[in-house]
Design a protein around this ligand. Structure first.
Ligand code: PGA
Length: 412
């Protein structure tokens, strides 16, 4: 392995898809140069590992120059000369160097950027595709994921008309390539329907490429999606909604669609939706600290519906373990930047999979064109990839990467 050891690491400030700074890391070994960049959220949960931002005037305080300095001056000197295939050891070293529980000293953005670049260099040293290397170190079975295509965005991601943040469609029919085609055709069909009903401005898209029509009610959006699915003849389509309920929770109440719900009221609302529409998952139906609400809905709907924890679990091992013990949620959103290292992300996924939970590998609203997420979903065999709409380059890049992997798998 000599010759594949890390020769250099440097960070730089680049822009994410929202036009705010994020981290890119360039790592070199004899095998080549490996580049990784990290995403950033908008409806960020409070239990996530913390990004380091500069404050001050530049980029409205959102610069990441300090995180870049931490990469160049603190992390790089410790990692140069190390074997990039020692992912766990390198991640542990960065966790130690940081010394905080939430990675706020060096910045989770700095640490994750390096961690993913190391992972890519590890695959390079082995001369295998990234997804295969991930499966090798995680001891998992690679599987192509179902694409969960985003159709409509509301809440903090859209124009603010509908409170539910995301409406996704999964068409479990045929190969990945076929599912992507059917889902994308239906997305374009929905555009035509919206155009006719509300005019062209209604097909502007939100942060993750979903349409942002002037519709206030969750049910009305679902009706529009059902109309599109009917028009394209999709019989195997299922829907997942992301309520992102922390964003409309204040002082113990849920302010949603002009009403003021308690836990029971909101739970009844979701139950009715699930009876009326082919919903297979609800992400963050309650706020991140409302474990009572989560447990209640998992008891009522959990038999047939994925109650998917995002903000509530924050890709955090302890929180996942506790949620499993208490019957809170039955499925996991896996976001590497919530954890802050590749190793912790892999452990979180495995903990969920061992518990027979479905795992949804998910992007952030502020993305880059890095396609690591696609390899992660395949390599860990999680079964689902949420990378946004079939629209906007940084989203499509991930689905396109899976198309490439689909071919790579056929050739191996
Ligand atoms: P975020 O969005 O990246 O803005 O936090 C949450 C999500 O897409 O699940």
């Amino acid at each position: 392995m000599i010759g594949h050891n890390i020769k250099s690491i440097r960070g730089r400030e680049i822009l994410d898809s929202k036009g705010y700074p994020t981290i890119e890391v360039e790592l070199s070994t004899e095998a080549g140069v490996f580049v990784a960049s990290v995403p950033s959220g908008t409806s960020t949960g409070k239990y996530e590992a913390k990004e380091l931002r500069d404050g001050g005037d530049k980029y409205f305080g959102r610069g990441v120059q300090k995180a870049v300095q931490n990469i160049d001056q603190i992390i790089a000197p410790k990692l140069v000369g190390k074997n990039p295939q020692e992912q766990q050891e390198i991640d542990n070293l960065m966790i130690e160097l940081d010394g905080t529980i939430d990675k706020s000293q060096l910045g989770a953005n700095a640490i994750l950027g390096v961690s993913v670049a190391v992972l890519k260099a590890g695959a390079g040293a082995e001369n295998v595709p990234l997804w295969q290397w991930i499966a090798q170190i995680a001891k998992t079975k690679p599987v192509l994921p179902f694409p969960c295509l985003l159709y409509v965005e509301g809440g903090m991601h859209g124009r603010g008309d509908v409170d539910t943040q995301e409406f996704m469609v999964v068409i479990e029919d045929g190969s990945f390539k076929e599912q992507l085609r059917l889902g994308t055709e239906t997305y374009h069909t929905l555009r035509e329907i919206l155009n006719k009903k509300f005019g062209k401005a209604s097909t502007n898209v939100g942060l993750e490429g979903g349409f942002t029509p002037p519709v206030q009610e969750t049910e009305d959006v679902l009706d529009l999606i059902m109309e599109a699915l009917k028009k394209t003849g999709q019989k195997k389509a299922k829907i997942i909604i992301d309520a992102a309920a922390s964003t409309f929770f204040r002082n113990g109440r849920y302010y949603f669609e002009g009403e003021d719900f308690n836990q029971q009221g909101l739970s009844d609302f979701y139950t009715k939706l699930c009876q009326k529409y082919p919903i297979i998952g609800i992400e963050d139906p309650f706020a991140e600290d409302d474990w009572v609400g989560f447990r209640g809905i998992t008891q009522v709907l959990g038999q047939n519906i994925n109650i998917i924890g995002d903000d509530v679990l924050a890709t955090n091992l302890q929180r996942i373990e506790e949620a499993q013990k208490k019957g809170v949620c039955n499925a996991l959103i896996l976001k590497p930047n919530q954890a802050g290292t590749v190793s912790e992300t892999i452990k979180a996924a495995k903990l969920a999979l061992e518990h027979n939970w479905d795992v949804f590998v998910k992007h952030r609203s502020g993305e880059t064109c890095d396609t690591f997420l696609a390899d992660l979903a395949v390599g860990l065999g999680t079964g689902f990839l949420m990378a946004g709409a079939p629209n906007r380059g940084e989203r499509v890049a991930k689905y396109n990467r899976v198309l490439r992997i689909e071919q790579e798998m056929q050739n191996i």
